[in-house]
Ligand binder design. Structure first.
Ligand code: HEC
Length: 276
């Protein structure tokens, strides 16, 4: 019998070529190294958009240290105040430095594009969507990966974004982080430390570690990491202000489906009784 619905696949040579191309492109990306470049793996970041204290502290750091150069031009002042549960008077008194700004205005930044290009060579990009473009892991790593490098214009370089045109604006808080070398034990093939004839552990010099000299910044390492955590959390919020609501509603929808499935199953059983 001839089955006229039989699915047939006509192999053509260019099908194989297209597949090969896809593999090739994926491979080129893989061989370029990770997004965090010389830093290696980016540090993992887990946002917490219901933590108002963290978002408020992030907003405050942003207004004090970043807004001078970077705009958030797709956000409005009033929306940020409402979402972060900051009463408007307090928000405008403490975080909005230009008193002519109204609640419905966009956060268009305070620096003109022309003068910033003159100063930095590139205009500091708008950061509203940076968490969507670069990812939160990248931002969290980037802001903690500055180190002293006297060959650069601002005396600093960055492991995540080598040659960045952005100065290390948080240096006073973090301290002057340095790139150092360390002697680390040589690991033998069986997983143990290698030792010489006298039983002393063999070491080898490895470079590329970041270290902040004790006391060179106003904050300890943990406190500084928390400042950057809150700041990144705020940038994740700004990238999608309704994310927390969307995720909450998602759970309601799943809950609704569970209840609905249970009810329809009971209905199915009820109808089924008529067949017997
Ligand atoms: C003195 C001006 C200035 C300040 C202040 C500043 N930045 Fe920047 N920032 C820049 C410039 C210039 C660039 C572009 C760097 C480049 O592309 O080489 C940049 C780039 C960035 C990027 C990378 C954007 C991308 O996708 O390439 C992020 C993220 C960033 N800044 C975050 C911040 C945060 C957070 C703060 C506040 C702690 C801040 N910046 C403060 C000037 C500044």
């Amino acid at each position: 019998m001839i089955n006229k619905y039989k699915l047939s696949y006509n192999f053509k040579w260019w099908h194989a070529m297209s597949l090969a191309c896809i593999f090739f492109i994926t491979d080129v990306n893989a061989s370029e190294g990770g997004p965090c470049k010389d830093y290696g793996e980016c540090d993992k970041f887990k946002y917490s958009l219901n933590d108002m204290e963290s978002l408020q502290s992030g907003a405050s750091t942003f207004m004090n240290y970043c807004y001078g150069c970077h705009s958030l031009q797709y956000s409005r002042w009033g929306r940020v105040a409402t979402d972060l549960q900051i009463p408007e008077e307090i928000f405008f008194d403490t975080l909005v430095f230009d008193k002519s700004i109204k609640s419905g205005d966009l956060m268009t930044g305070s620096m003109s594009k022309d003068s910033s290009v003159e100063w930095f060579g590139v205009a500091p990009p708008d950061l509203t969507l940076v968490s969507r473009v670069r990812g939160d892991d990248w931002i969290y790593s980037y802001l903690r990966a500055y180190y002293e490098d006297s060959s650069k214009q601002y005396g600093v370089n960055n492991l995540v974004y080598p040659g960045t045109a952005m100065p290390n604006v948080l240096m006073a808080l973090q301290g002057s982080q340095k790139l150092i070398c360390k002697n680390i034990p040589v690991i033998a093939r069986n997983g143990g430390e290698k030792r010489d004839g006298t039983g002393k552990a063999l070491t080898t010099e490895k470079c590329g570690f970041l270290e902040v000299p004790e006391g060179s910044g106003q904050l300890t390492k943990d406190e500084f990491d928390k400042v950057i955590y809150d700041l990144t959390n705020f940038l994740v919020y700004v990238g999608e202000p309704s994310k927390a609501t969307r995720e909450r509603i998602g759970w309601y929808v799943i809950f609704y489906f569970l209840i609905f499935t249970a009810v329809s199953y009971m209905l199915y059983r009820e109808y089924h009784k008529d067949y017997h």
